[in-house]
Design a protein around this ligand. Structure first.
Ligand SMILES: Cc1ncc(COP(=O)(O)O)c(C=O)c1O
Length: 370
């Protein structure tokens, strides 16, 4: 079986480094907001070429803290894609704002800047841009919409650590960038973790305050915050892994290139738009025979998965917003056609061939009537 994701091979490669780093933290007994978090915040900021980075407990919390630091709250509307993981919109709802679901560009699966403006109302406060599957969104026109309408731009980089567009890393172009270190991510910890990055000193200060119960001075609380901190142990693991990330992302691109060369006659491979560096958190193809192909692959030892089978505007949780099937046709077509193939840097040539051959064998069979 070739699973959709496998972490053991990577762990074996860096085991000694990781275990040494974790043991150092255990021995130091400074478990919360200590030297590892401070060093990782500095290293992550430098790696992204940005001034500020603030660790927090998860990618979801990074979005919540970023939205609050941007002044988004009850009564506000926030433009966001529907074709994303629930956390994107969940964060908007949890600060009391309303997600306004917008259409995507069918090539990149990311927000279509041309379709945003018609959704703007006097209540619109921000745009959450998602860099889905590791392909960066087309930031310049999105930022232009933000500037024109005085909206904050928050980048959801959970799936795209290291992706670039026109020479700039994701998360550095909007007002705030939000990252997830969930274990399956390109930079994944040994548990939950997240990061907010920004070039604005005031946003940095506010996020730091909010992540520690709204406190700027110990035991004095200026506003209602929360407890959302990155653990020292997670920071220690992530510091080790950050050193390898460029190489791992390069390997993901090599895996993707090998897939694309061989699967293109059968399915539509993920395009890379001009000026973009994709980091292939997922390698996601399109096919009109998605359900059949997925079950064939699963029966033939290939762990293909659909991210995401139900877009957010059609989820039960958002029934109260009164969207219906047909409201976002490009999103709905994507949700019916996408299929992600196994993707991780350590995939071998033999494994890639096995995946590709399974795709080929499926397409060499006669199509079933009905
Ligand atoms: C697009 C997107 N945004 C946000 C998140 C939330 O990250 P976390 O799981 O660390 O809370 C995820 C995680 O899967 C994600 O894929």
């Amino acid at each position: 079986m070739i699973p959709i994701l496998e972490l053991k091979t990577q762990y074996a490669e860096i085991r000694e480094e990781v275990e040494r780093a974790v043991c150092d933290v255990l021995a130091r007994t400074h478990y919360i907001l200590g030297p590892e978090v401070t060093a990782f915040e500095q290293e992550f900021a430098r790696w992204n070429q940005i001034e500020h980075a603030i660790g927090c407990a998860s990618g979801t919390d990074a979005l919540v803290l970023a939205l609050r630091a941007c002044g988004v709250g009850p009564g506000d509307e926030v433009l966001a894609p529907s074709f994303t993981f629930m956390a994107t919109a969940g964060a908007i709802s949890s600060v009391g704002a309303t997600p306004v679901f917008c259409e995507i560009d069918p090539g990149s699966f990311n927000l279509d800047p041309a379709q945003l403006e018609k959704k703007i109302t006097p209540r619109t406060k921000a745009i959450v841009v998602v860099h889905l599957y590791g392909h960066p969104a087309d930031m310049n026109p999105l930022l232009e919409v933000g500037r024109k309408h005085n909206l904050k731009v928050i980048e959801d980089c959970a799936q795209a650590t290291g992706a670039e567009v026109h020479g700039k890393k994701v998360g550095t172009m909007g007002d705030v960038g939000c990252f997830s270190f969930f274990p399956s991510k390109n930079l994944g910890g040994a548990g939950d973790g997240g990061m907010v990055i920004t070039r604005h000193a005031d946003i940095d200060e506010r996020v730091r305050c909010l992540r520690g119960h709204g406190s700027r001075r110990k035991y004095y609380h200026d506003e209602l915050g929360t407890n959302s901190r990155l653990d020292e142990i997670q920071a220690a693991v992530l510091r080790v892994k950050l050193k390898h990330l460029d190489r791992w992302n390069e390997k993901r691109r090599a895996v993707a290139a090998a897939y694309t060369e061989k699967v293109s006659p059968f399915v539509t491979p993920p395009p890379v738009q001009p000026g973009c560096i994709h980091v292939y958190h997922q390698y996601t193809v399109r096919t009109s025979r998605r359900e059949e192909l997925m079950s064939w692959l699963n029966q033939n030892g290939v762990g293909a998965i659909v991210y995401y089978p139900c877009s957010l505007h059609l989820q039960q949780v958002y029934a109260g917003l009164n969207y219906k099937l047909g409201d976002l046709p490009i999103t709905e077509k994507a949700q019916a056609e996408v299929l992600s193939l196994p993707m991780y840097p350590e995939l071998t040539t033999a494994q890639i061939d096995q995946v590709v051959q399974a795709v080929e064998r499926f397409h060499s069979q006669p199509v079933q009537a009905g």
